[in-house]
Design a protein around this ligand. Structure first.
Ligand code: GLU
Length: 398
């Protein structure tokens, strides 16, 4: 619906421009008659969609400036930029189209293979501006001008779904880092206490099941207590006090075994669902895939994590799926889109954004376009167009 609204607005603006321009055309000119006819047609509503040849004519009337269309550098990165054949779509593409309409400029897109090449093109004035999923950072801000943020996100980690038996699953590590060792420690302490009490009270009995002497009596008591905890004690103490303790110990062992089994099962289940990459600290010594020249790649290098770079994001995903890489580090918006679309049930995003980043539109330093883009962007934010576009691409559907 909002797309129709935007289109209608554009037509009306073009009409207004055409009217102003008509004031300068000689009164008697035939051209003016032609223009009037065209405006009348536009007001009555041109059949939709416009045939390509007529669309050309109407644009020429609305914006007959001889200025060349703006060259917009971009790069494919769903859902910001998507390419089907020669057609481009996506959040950044649609946003630019709305901005260009708002600014009353024509433009053509040029697709670059990676963000470094895109930025080089803008820097070398081969492009007038760049829009894709370009993160604003200090280093880039020194060489380029950026618009106001067009999207807020940040770096996140994605792994293969551990249920697919990814290379990340390591049950032993999960067990050792869980509460199980602590639980075993408590059990050992209890065994030691019960061992000593039983030895002390049982040794006095004439037919005691254990020796009177500390050695080997204490070992015999420990063996009995350990087996008792597992519900396997063969003998029973002979003294009445020791028997009371034995009874308590048997009941406690039932509780202990039940609790231990529950914790053990939970640890293994959680491990199967999560894998053992939970955050950035788990990436040390692993191979991580990302795109060439990205801020993610820079982050990984700075943190001495092995990185494999690919030009296209599809190759990055491919490396994860065929286990060439154990994780992907990239922009949250891009990863979430993949995890809920093509990568559904195959990949998993782990942890929160660990490095926030904003995207901007990049222009050469000092370009007057920067200001114009900001004004248009703020207008789109104020009139709801930006939000409608955002919702179209980023509001979860399920
Ligand atoms: N946000 C990333 C960057 O600006 C995108 C990288 C890419 O386009 O591959 O570095």
């Amino acid at each position: 619906m909002h797309v129709l609204l935007i289109k209608a607005k554009t037509w009306f603006r073009k009409l207004a421009i055409a009217r102003v321009r008509m004031a300068h055309v000689p009164k008697s000119s035939l051209l003016r008659l032609g223009l009037a006819l065209l405006i009348a047609l536009l007001l009555l509503g041109w059949p939709h969609p416009l045939p390509a040849s007529l669309a050309q004519t109407s644009t020429a009337v609305a914006d007959p400036s001889t200025e060349a269309p703006l060259r917009v550098a971009t790069r494919v990165l769903p859902p910001f930029v998507m390419q089907q054949g020669k057609d481009l779509s996506g959040f950044s593409i649609d946003l630019w189209r709305s901005l260009a309409d708002e600014m009353g400029v024509k433009s053509t897109f040029e697709v670059y293979p990676n963000v470094t090449k895109l930025l080089e093109a803008v820097g070398a004035n081969k492009a007038d501006l760049g829009i894709a999923a370009i993160s604003i950072n200090a280093e880039r801000e020194q060489k380029f001008d950026f618009s106001q943020p067009i999207f807020s996100g940040g770096l996140q980690i994605m792994v293969l779904d551990p249920r697919l038996g990814g290379a990340t699953a390591n049950p032993l590590k999960s067990i050792f880092t869980s509460t199980l060792p602590k639980l075993l420690g408590w059990a050992l302490l209890m065994v030691a206490i019960v061992t000593h009490i039983v030895w002390l009270v049982e040794r006095q009995h004439a037919e005691a099941m254990i020796s009177k002497h500390y050695f080997p009596g204490i070992f015999e008591a420990a063996w009995w207590a350990a087996l008792g905890l597992l519900g396997q004690a063969e003998q029973m103490p002979k003294g009445p006090l020791a028997r009371a303790i034995a009874l308590f110990w048997m009941v406690a062992s039932v509780g202990f075994i039940a609790y231990f089994t529950a914790v053990f099962t939970t640890v293994l289940t959680v491990q199967q669902l999560q894998g053992d990459i939970q955050g950035i600290s788990d990436l040390a010594g692993r191979t991580v895939a990302t795109t060439t020249g990205s801020t993610a790649s820079e982050f990984l290098r700075q943190n001495r994590i092995n990185v494999v770079e690919f030009q296209t994001i599809d190759s990055v995903y491919g490396a994860l799926l065929n286990r060439q890489a154990e994780a992907v580090v990239f922009d949250s918006g891009v990863l979430s889109y993949y995890a809920t679309h093509d990568g559904r049930n195959q990949v998993q995003i782990v942890g929160d954004i660990f490095k926030p980043e904003d995207y901007g539109i990049v222009v050469p330093i000092g370009s007057p376009l920067g200001k114009q883009i900001d004004v248009a962007l703020l207008k789109l934010k104020e009139n709801g167009t930006y939000q409608a576009l955002y919702d179209q691409f980023f509001t979860p559907t399920d």
